[in-house]
Design a protein around this ligand. Structure first.
Ligand code: GLY
Length: 436
């Protein structure tokens, strides 16, 4: 079986690692990711150059393609590859609107009465949005309708001072078409703890994976700017220390209802569905969907997969997904990122990774936004690499992961608190306060 993996980062490295040994891997990446390069035949090029990807896939005669990032999905890479006879793990352009068009996603929830829905409005004019903000009279979350790489969402009380600030941000989005559209979605501000559920979907059936929690803030104690995610953890029972099975099941039900609704509206959803939820006083509410694996959360679940990922991908494209088994182990992932990230991450800085010593700690390395040149590895400005450990407890995995960080050298930093008992205890207490 020949499989093309599209994408350059740690998420795609984790995908390649999961199919390594069961498939011949081909990859398209924009930089030379050393982890992907060593286990694939690859071509360096933009994953947005869909005609080039198609030609490479046809020239290499691949049997299937797995699409890592969201941007090519928005541009219809799956439609193009499928028209050329290449089945894909990834949704069509229309089905990917679940991520790429936030107004579509919220309207779908309303129309199909999907559970986990929240109060919202979507607007194309500054005036209409302003009226909603005045009438709503509670803190709102302002989201550009389109894709912003996770950096466009602003919340009153966190990034925005008050309603006036929210209106100014709405104007900025609409005037400058931030996210590619002159449109915003305004949502109620949710209070709780965030968690992620990722699932493989074959159009009708959904296989949920262990829950994980990401850490979007740059600095310890959940301080600093929002990043792509500084690290994540998962627990051996597939739940989280603050998330029980009833709430996990409720989140999965939201996702099942969503894929049924997507099928009715635009056709079957095939690929990976990433649900980001807020666990609120009265249960999980949907914050947003991604039409792909999470990054870093892919690194929590893929190393635990006991069922062949190749068989699961075949199930996705054939529409007959069966059960998947995951090792009952906890995981911790810590991202090492260039100093200055996310605003001004330093590019072109050399990093040295002692993979043998990391392995001796039971750790795995997933390379992200780096470039390999003449045998050396350099930063490119964004997150450099994820270190992942698995163990019988989150605490043990965290301690190993932290020890493993000493074997990476470079102008980098990481959050030492991801997966620590102290931070997890804070999450548990927070939920207790909210739920009484
Ligand atoms: N963990 C955030 C994302 O994958 O977008």
């Amino acid at each position: 079986m020949k499989i093309l993996v599209v994408g350059t980062g740690a998420r795609e490295h984790a995908i390649c690692q999961a199919i390594h040994g069961d498939a011949d891997i081909y990859s398209i990446m924009s930089n030379q990711n050393p982890g992907i390069a060593r286990i694939s035949q690859f071509k360096i090029g933009s994953e947005m150059d869909i005609e080039m990807v198609k030609k490479y896939a046809l020239d290499m005669n691949v049997d299937m393609a797995i699409i890592g990032p969201e941007a090519p999905l928005e541009h219809g890479i799956v439609d193009t590859l499928q028209e050329s006879g290449i089945p894909c793990v990834g949704p069509t352009q229309q089905a990917a609107r679940i991520e790429t068009d936030k107004a579509f996603m919220r309207a779908l929830f309303t129309k199909h009465n999907i559970s986990g829905s929240i109060a919202y409005g979507s607007f194309n004019t500054v005036e209409d949005a302003g009226e909603f903000i005045d009438e709503f009279a509670q803190d709102v979350v302002v989201k550009p309708v389109g894709l912003t790489g996770g950096k466009g969402v602003k919340i009153v009380g966190e990034h925005l001072k008050d309603s006036e600030d929210a209106k100014n941000y709405v104007k900025e989005i609409i005037d400058n078409k931030i996210g590619g559209h002159a449109g915003v979605v305004l949502e109620e501000r949710l209070i709780g703890e965030e968690f992620t559920v990722q699932a493989l979907v074959d159009g009708d059936h959904l296989i949920p994976m262990p829950a994980a929690q990401d850490h979007p803030h740059a600095y310890e104690g959940d301080q600093g700017p929002i990043t792509g995610g500084m690290g994540s953890y998962s627990d051996k029972d597939g739940l989280l220390p603050f998330l029980g099975s009833k709430d996990y099941d409720a989140a999965v039900k939201v996702m099942e209802e969503t894929i049924n609704a997507v099928k009715k509206e635009v056709g079957p959803y095939k690929g990976v569905l990433y649900g980001q939820f807020m666990l609120c006083r009265d249960g999980p509410k949907l914050v947003e969907y991604n039409a792909r694996f999470g990054d870093p959360e892919a690194m929590n679940v893929l190393p635990l997969m006991e069922t062949s990922m190749v068989d699961l991908c075949q199930g996705v494209v054939d529409g007959n997904l069966k059960k998947a088994q995951f090792k009952p182990q906890a995981t911790v992932c810590k991202y090492l990122v260039p100093n200055g990230y996310p605003e001004n991450g330093k590019a072109g800085q050399p990093i040295k990774v002692d993979e043998e010593k990391i392995k001796a700690e039971g750790g795995m390395v997933f390379y992200a936004a780096v470039n390999q040149q003449d045998g050396k590895v350099f930063t490119t400005g964004s997150r450099a690499l994820g270190l992942v450990t698995t163990a019988d407890s989150i605490q043990d995995a965290e301690e190993r992961c932290e020890r493993a960080t000493q074997y990476v050298q470079g102008d980098l930093y990481h959050r030492k608190d991801v997966g620590t008992e102290e931070l997890i205890f804070k999450r548990i207490l927070h939920m207790k306060e909210i739920r009484g």
